[in-house]
Design a binder for this molecule. Structure first.
Ligand code: MSP
Length: 507
């Protein structure tokens, strides 16, 4: 059976990880975990993009070899993944031999097929953007700041025939529903494709840039950036080995909106089509985290260290925040106030308090053994109906990558359990010794335990650590697959519960 194969962008090895990188990996991780919990075999890959001028220059400035610098940055990124609880199955680095082999094989095939050719290039070049420029890139007759120093150069280079595939690509995008997500990005890509495509320059002379992959048909040149980086997706899928069929085509490439068009929505499908490889099923482009409206990036200096936040509040609170706060595809503004308000409100008050007071009452009134539900009145029936709705809506939203809406449903259900608790008021029932009140007391705690057990199932992909802790409180094993665990039923009756925990402490 084919794996659900999903990837993230591979991060540039030219700086430390920040919130933008962290968010994307969490988003992909939540998708991967949701798939696994739904019983789908999944392969999830992320990695590092290591070649290029900036990496070479960064290493020169430090007086070390580029690979030494990349090794250090790879460690930093891997540490971030580990701290954030990312469950990737593979970490691909573009300096690995397995990757260079695949890049060379694809390049050679395209060269032999006549889709890569050599030509003279004369024009403007921006070292900062590592990009050839055209007059149309000027704004009011000037080169915009982002290009830094622009020089005129003339050199021979290798080009990939993008233009030959333009009409085919337009048709593919128009006819393939869900290929580009969110939907509104599709029209932006089609808009981009209205202009004739220039063929893509895929090489640099090795004397100018040595930190790339030598072209198999001309070692005087190297390839780097897109032709190198995009290929990581097929390398990690096991191109050239038996495993490839189990993984390819990719089910989802998770990327940021800045690298949708042209790289992922234009270069990549054309590279695959020209190489006779199947196209990915979906490309999911998320938005940017901004601070004061500007994209958070290394060059603006406005970055939030995901590790510092995760260290302070725990990885799960951080994961919950980014998934709850950002509408996938749109930008979101990061602020510590927003973080703190979600932390105190939805995590601390709604979920954390429910867990601690419920487990406390179970120990106080039933010696830590989950009671049985002895009554089935409107209050219980209503909560169960509420669960059925919340569960199906959450799953629907999760499956369409709308995690913020899914979490809203789940949190809404947690609030419904708290409301139920206020209505039944077990702390009052406990003071009465009539048989009816004792039944109501057992029922109220049993119902709340069942509600919490279920809500906790839906939190598993987003907060795996918290899920496991709540399972411990409930005397349960954490979920590996959901099968059957999402149905309302008396799964906890007579179970020995764990000790109460403070899940989201106030600082
Ligand atoms: N190396 C390329 C990707 C090659 S994929 C074959 C690259 N690297 S990057 O480090 O600049 O960005 C990695 C990912 O992080 C991209 O998907 C990018 O959109 C995302 N983010 C970087 N900054 C971001 C924010 N401020 N907010 C959200 N995500 C952004 O591009």
């Amino acid at each position: 059976m084919k794996n659900f194969y999903l990837t993230t962008a591979i991060d540039y090895a030219n700086g430390s990880p920040h919130l933008g990188h962290a968010y994307e990996k969490i988003l992909a991780d939540v998708i991967a975990r949701t798939k696994r919990l739904s019983g789908t075999k999944t392969k999830f890959v992320t990695g590092l993009d290591e070649h290029g001028q900036k990496v070479q220059q960064g290493a020169e400035a430090e007086g070390i070899a580029p690979l030494t610098r990349c090794d250090r940055i790879a460690e930093e990124f891997k540490e971030m993944l580990q701290k954030l609880g990312i469950s990737h199955d593979d970490y691909i680095r573009t300096t690995e031999d397995r990757h260079k082999r695949v890049v060379c094989e694809l390049l050679q095939n395209l060269y032999d097929a006549g889709d890569i050719y050599q030509d003279d290039y004369e024009g403007f070049y921006s070292t900062r953007a590592e990009q050839f420029l055209q007059e149309k890139d000027k704004v009011d007759g000037e080169w915009p700041e982002i290009f830094g120093e622009v020089t005129r150069i003339r050199e021979k280079n290798y080009f990939f025939k993008l233009s030959k595939y333009q009409e085919w690509l337009i048709e593919h995008i128009q006819n393939t529903e869900g290929f580009i997500l969110p939907e509104f990005r599709k029209s932006q890509v089609l808009e981009f494709l209205k202009e004739p495509l220039n063929d893509l320059c895929i090489s640099r002379p090795a004397e100018r840039l040595s930190w790339g992959i030598p072209l198999p048909f001309d070692p005087e040149y190297v390839t780097y950036v897109w032709f190198d980086a995009l290929v990581n997706y097929v390398t990690a899928a096991g191109y050239g080995t038996d495993e490839f069929e189990e993984n390819w085509p990719a089910d989802v490439h998770v990327i940021g909106k800045d690298i949708l068009a042209p790289p992922h929505a234009v270069y990549w499908p054309i590279m695959l089509q020209a190489s006779n490889l199947a196209l990915p099923r979906q490309i999911l482009a998320h938005g940017w985290w901004t601070t004061s409206g500007a994209k958070m990036s290394k060059s603006t200096g406005e970055t939030v260290s995901p590790l510092a936040l995760a260290d302070q509040y725990g990885a799960d609170a951080f994961r919950f925040f980014v998934m709850r706060e950002m509408t996938v595809g749109q930008d979101a503004e990061f602020s510590l106030e927003r973080f703190s308000s979600r932390y105190k409100g939805e995590l601390g008050n709604d979920l954390g308090n429910l867990v601690s007071r419920l487990i406390h009452m179970c120990h106080q009134y039933f010696d830590g053994i989950a009671p049985e539900q002895e009554l089935q009145e409107d209050l219980e029936k209503n909560l169960q109906t509420r669960w059925n709705e919340a569960c199906s809506k959450t799953l629907e939203h999760f499956n369409s990558f709308q995690f913020q809406l899914g979490l809203e449903e789940t949190v809404g259900f947690v609030r419904a359990i708290n409301k139920y608790a206020d209505e039944r008021a077990p702390w009052k029932l406990a003071k009465s010794d009539t048989a009816q009140d004792q039944k109501a007391l057992a029922t109220s705690l049993a119902t709340m335990l069942e509600g919490l057990r279920l809500a906790n199932e839906l939190l598993a992909p987003v907060m795996p650590g918290t899920h496991a802790k709540i399972c411990q409180c409930l005397g349960q094993e954490p979920a590996e697959i959901w099968s059957g665990r999402l149905d309302w039923g008396e799964r906890l009756a007579r179970v020995e519960l764990g000790q109460k925990m403070i899940l989201f402490p106030r600082d």
